[in-house]
Write a protein that binds this ligand. Sequence first.
Ligand SMILES: NC(=O)C1=CN([C@@H]2O[C@H](COP(=O)(O)OP(=O)(O)OC[C@H]3O[C@@H](n4cnc5c(N)ncnc54)[C@H](OP(=O)(O)O)[C@@H]3O)[C@@H](O)[C@H]2O)C=CC1
Ligand SMILES: CC(C)(CO)C(=O)C(=O)O
Length: 303
Amino acid sequence: MKILIVGAGGIGGYFGARLMETGQDVTFLVRSRRKAQLEQTGLNIKSVNGDVKLVPKLITAQQQEEQFDLVILTVKSYQLEDAIEDIRPYVGVDGMILPLLNGISHVDDLVAAFGEERVLGGLCFIETTLDENGTIVQTSPMNQLVFGERSGKETGRILEVQRAFEGTKADFSLSANIEQDMWHKYLFITAMSGITAAMESPIGPIRDLESGQRTIAALLQELVSVMKAIGAPVKETIAENQLAKINSLQPGMKSSMQRDMEKGQAIEADHLQGYLLEKAAAEKIAVPVLDAIYTKLKLYEIN
Ligand SMILES: NC(=O)C1=CN([C@@H]2O[C@H](COP(=O)(O)OP(=O)(O)OC[C@H]3O[C@@H](n4cnc5c(N)ncnc54)[C@H](OP(=O)(O)O)[C@@H]3O)[C@@H](O)[C@H]2O)C=CC1
Ligand SMILES: CC(C)(CO)C(=O)C(=O)O
């Protein structure tokens, strides 16, 4: 299977490298600055699951006519619009697009651009960031990528993808309910990134405070009310489940949004918190904790 990974950043570089290690035919679509860096340094992963240095196959937009069976999209939400145009020539008529972005609304954008059939569901649980040399640093053991047909069907093509993902050092799992998994991850990350980024602290010290526990629980309840009001396929007990998950994370865990803020980089506030805030307004649901967190994130963006 010919695989194109769009972006060789934290998650794209990591999962791409894990696939390269098993001999998969992986190419990275990158922009010129990252291309020059990767040509000089190679693709370097420093990981609790095993370090690796590889020589990646690289292409840039409009460089060639080649088409790919599977396009794995790993850009940030605010880079999606450009990325959609850049990948158009590379998506074959039977090609599949597997987005790994946090959030949900990118699925609609991809379906609008490429059609229902082309777009799979996907998400990942991993903590990665790039250091000053462009090395991908992965700090906690979890490195899970979940994928599936959005219809939930076990199609021939999804089983082929599953075969291509076998035998890696990461945990690639096929889901029969990826739509729901994506909403659950969206709930988790909107709460986790909002809380850690707004409080400027890893999760441990926040949740150790009673007021921190109450804030996290209240935020989860608000987010779930909005999701249920707009008909998202979330489980009845999901707020409690996600609170338990947040309480079981390693205390030093940070979100990628928080790491981006620490580096002074752009954040995905509108794609994550902002999208649900808009839906809350449309549904006339009060979301005071989400309001406060979003305000803090917007102030970061403005300043
Ligand atoms: N990092 C993490 O721990 C996790 C992140 N996520 C989610 O995954 C997504 C990606 O995050 P992350 O990997 O951290 O982000 P990064 O910024 O590390 O990586 C994104 C990469 O995409 C590249 N890119 C952007 N646009 C294009 C384009 N048009 N063509 C080619 N390359 C492009 C960027 O390249 P350039 O250098 O040129 O800007 C950059 O290297 C986000 O939605 C995030 O929320 C999900 C789980 C965990
Ligand atoms: C919380 C985490 C690390 C889980 O994958 C994540 O998705 C992010 O920070 O973007």
